[in-house]
Design a protein around this ligand. Structure first.
Ligand code: ATP
Ligand code: MG
Length: 402
């Protein structure tokens, strides 16, 4: 009935025609049962990656180590993962090697939570040995099998539990929660990139408050970079009245509620292993948020921030009890005299000419910076003649600096 599954059904039919089993699994099945839009379609099959590659002409081995092959069909890509167990865990992390199995139930057994351990066949029948559908109805996150064993196998699952509480607005079953309380220190064994992925999804979820409450109560937060002793601050973030619309606004607000000093932002975000671009954007947004809370945008702040990031910051303002004014900001974006230094009507050569200088040097950057600020503050028109006259008048000051 769901168009995405209908499209992918022929893929399963092909696998079945080669005498293997294949099912829809994972988040796609869960979200469909919840009437939520699905993000990706995952397929699990008894066929090994080799066997899948023999069935389909175009494949990519995206994660062959873990038994996953990507198949291209009708301009869509699908991930097909061979039924497997992950029996031998070391250091509380995902194993490097996996053992393939031929039974669906064995595969479902190694999945994290009952709501994620439901398989759907091509005809629309569910295979649900752990009663995931019941837990979806009860809105409960429950480990498949013994939660202590499951978290000892892979400690990231504790963080995934927190993420699903927020993302799905579910509760957590008591024993599963108690296991997180008891085993939270194991999270320190997990790569920060994997923790960050779940943490960001938690922040963006619709029940951020519930997710953070769990994250704090179970003491998982202790195992995260820069969160030690920040439980009160995290609760403030939980109570922020808006739902975050992007990871940029989520991370910017996180900095705000943790009261991270602007000079410490870089180290904090690096500890979380954000990319250089993310770090850059978040720094700019954070700076702009402070300024914007003091007063409205001016051209100079908008220039530094850039309109797309400024609009995200403006979106956060309502959460602080101020009125946001997107119209005003967009209007400023249209009338701002320059968007980059290149928009100035003079360049280094012009400056050298007017000062009769033969060589460039750091003085050029200083002059351009001053001109830029004056133009942005509307004290100087962005007009070649006007700027040349201004520089000419300050010739002595400038030449003194050379
Ligand atoms: P999303 O909607 O965010 O994609 P998802 O449940 O599909 O959520 P994925 O990370 O895409 O999450 O994983 C797909 C499936 O693989 C999960 O539904 C679950 O069955 C299984 N899985 C993922 N990570 C783990 C893990 N750490 N331990 C056990 N099973 C896992
Ligand atoms: Mg998924």
């Amino acid at each position: 009935k769901i168009p995405e599954f209908k499209k992918a059904s022929s893929l399963i039919a092909k696998i079945e025609a080669a005498n293997y089993e294949a099912y829809f699994v994972g988040g796609g099945v869960r979200d469909t049962l919840l009437n939520l839009p699905i993000s990706d379609i995952d397929i699990a099959s008894s066929a090994t990656p080799d066997e899948i590659q023999r069935i389909f002409p175009v494949t990519f081995d995206v994660g062959i180590k873990h038994g996953t092959v990507m198949v291209l069909q009708d301009n869509e890509t699908y991930e097909i993962t061979t039924f497997r167990t992950e029996s031998k865990y070391e250091n509380f992390r995902r194993p490097e090697k996996v053992a393939y199995v031929r039974s669906l139930e064995e595969d479902l057994k190694r999945r994290d939570f009952t709501i994620n351990a439901i398989a759907l066949d091509r005809k629309g029948y569910l295979q649900d040995p752990f009663n995931g559908e019941r837990d979806i109805e009860l809105q409960l996150i429950r480990a498949v099998g013994n939660p202590i064993e499951r978290f000892r196998e892979d400690a990231l699952r504790m963080m995934r539990a927190a993420r699903f509480i927020s993302q799905l607005n579910f509760d957590i079953e008591r024993e599963t929660k108690e296991a997180v309380i008891d085993y939270h220190p194991l999270l320190s064994k997990i790569a920060v990139e994997r923790i960050r992925e779940e943490w960001t999804k938690l922040l963006l979820g619709r029940n951020r408050k519930g997710g953070i409450k769990f994250f704090v109560e179970t003491r998982l937060f202790h195992m995260c970079p820069g969160f030690q002793n920040k439980d009160k601050h995290l609760v403030d973030l939980a109570l922020f009245p808006l739902r975050f619309e992007s990871s940029l606004s989520a991370w910017t607000s996180l900095l705000y509620f943790l009261k991270i000093d602007e000079t410490d932002v870089d180290a904090f975000l690096r500890a979380w292993k954000l990319s250089n671009k993310e770090i850059n954007d978040t720094k700019r947004a954070y700076h702009a948020l402070h300024k914007r809370l003091e007063c409205y945008w001016d051209y100079s702040l908008l220039f530094q921030t850039g309109l797309p990031i400024a609009l995200e910051v403006e979106g956060l303002i309502a959460g602080f009890g101020l009125d946001n004014d997107f119209e005003g900001l967009l209007a400023m974006g249209r009338t701002i005299p320059i968007h980059t230094v290149k928009d100035l009507k003079v360049d280094g050569k012009d400056i050298m000419a007017v000062l009769s200088m033969q060589r460039g040097g750091p003085y050029l950057g200083k002059i351009l910076e001053e001109v830029k600020q004056r133009v942005l503050n509307e004290k100087l028109e962005n007009d070649k003649q006007a700027i040349m006259t201004f520089i000419e008048k300050r010739r002595l000051i400038y030449l003194d600096e050379v």
